[in-house]
Design a protein around this ligand. Structure first.
Ligand SMILES: *Cc1c(COP(=O)(O)O)cnc(C)c1O
Length: 367
């Protein structure tokens, strides 16, 4: 089996990263080897192994680039940031994953780099900051307000300023959005979320446009030791096989739930780019192949939000996202993220939409 350029994402997700030749297993088995007998290119798993190759082939093709896997999303992000020279100026979206923001702040506090936050929709500000920037880091849609960044616009500004753009594509997944198309120098995924899809692994991926850039990341992985585990790599590829259908089901349900939440008397605001009056709707329609399955909504107070979550039965109250099961959490329990106190972030899963809605609606009625 070889990659057919006509294959659509649903097919690529299933068909790529498979062994070939007589007697080969259909799937690369979990690779628990740390070391190999001398005589071939296979030496030691921190340097690479066939299970990484399989996952990387599939994710790379879906994003339209070359993928390198890491031990976690944070390890993937850190590998990109670590490749910057000392004193580099990193212009980063104000609305970023907590961990990424904390990593940048930590490195800045120790003089390793300069962390310069910006609202990527504030074009004059962004243009000014890009003049002496070494990297632009954005995320779209963002956490926890599910805001949409105009990747085409940001990509053009970054290119004009000759600044490499990194896009954290975790919320959109390669099925809905491919930032390399807009000139991104790197795309980062926490495969812990949608790609894995079952809340049972931690893994990250960086996708870059060229083989040379991928080799450089492999070098970073070897030096920093952020190699993914053998079982996790197997599970991530197994999760990827069903990513397109999980996304289709979950985002259809998210659209229905967002619409009903917007009409609910207890809900003050709903943040979901699939809603026609959402500020991100137009840009999302332009750059995404669907609106995804992440949404947030606000209740009048912290108490109301906690009460509501306390009354759910089907929905799991937990952090993280992108799995088969619907999860919800009051985001303001994470300090520094700046979420409204009554904001609940919902990661819609693949249960029947009416069962998810009944659980939400019953819990809201009880508040
Ligand atoms: C979870 C997450 C990360 C970090 O990934 P880990 O796999 O937890 O290390 C990075 N970016 C986004 C958007 C995330 O949701």
């Amino acid at each position: 089996m070889s990659n057919d350029p006509r294959w659509r994402p649903e097919t690529q997700a299933v068909a790529l990263g498979r062994p070939t030749g007589p007697g080969a297993p259909l799937n690369v088995p979990p690779n628990l080897a740390s070391t190999y007998l001398v005589g071939t290119d296979l030496v030691y798993s921190r340097y690479g192994n066939p299970a990484y190759d399989a996952l990387e082939e599939a994710v790379g093709a879906l994003e339209g680039g070359h993928a390198v896997s890491f031990a976690s999303g944070m390890s993937a992000s850190a590998a990109v940031i670590e490749s910057l020279p000392s004193g580099a100026r990193v212009v980063a979206g104000t609305s970023l994953y907590n961990g990424t923001r904390q990593l940048l702040a930590d490195l800045a506090s120790r003089g390793r780099l300069v962390h310069d936050p910006v609202d990527p929709s504030d074009i004059p500000s962004l243009t000014k900051k890009l003049v002496d920037a070494d990297l632009l880091w954005v995320e779209s849609p963002t956490n926890p307000l599910i805001q949409v960044v105009d990747l085409e616009q940001v990509g053009q500004l970054a290119a004009a300023a000759n600044v490499p753009l990194v896009v954290d594509n975790t919320f959109a997944t390669p099925i809905l959005q491919n930032p390399l198309k807009y000139g991104a120098a790197a795309v980062v995924h926490s495969a812990t979320k949608f790609i894995g899809g079952h809340s049972d692994l931690i893994l990250g991926v960086v996708v870059v446009p060229t083989e040379e850039a991928a080799d450089e990341l492999v070098r970073r992985r070897i030096l920093h030791g952020g190699a993914a585990g053998g079982m996790e790599t197997f599970l991530a590829l197994r999760g990827l096989r069903t990513l397109p259908i999980r996304i289709q089901t979950a985002q259809r349900s998210a659209g229905i739930i967002a619409t009903r939440l917007a009409e609910h008397r207890s809900v003050s605001a709903v943040f979901y780019p699939g809603l026609i009056d959402d500020p991100g709707h137009e840009i999302a329609t332009k750059q995404m192949r669907g609106y995804g399955s992440m949404l947030s909504f606000t209740l009048p107070s912290e108490d109301a939000a906690e009460q509501m979550l306390g009354r759910t039965n089907l929905i799991r109250v937990a952090t993280s996202l992108g799995a088969v099961e619907t999860t919800a959490e009051r985001r303001n329990r994470w300090p520094g993220e700046g979420a409204p106190t009554g904001l609940i972030r919902l990661s819609v899963g693949i249960e029947h939409v009416e069962d998810i809605w009944s659980d939400i609606s019953d819990a809201l009625d009880a508040v």
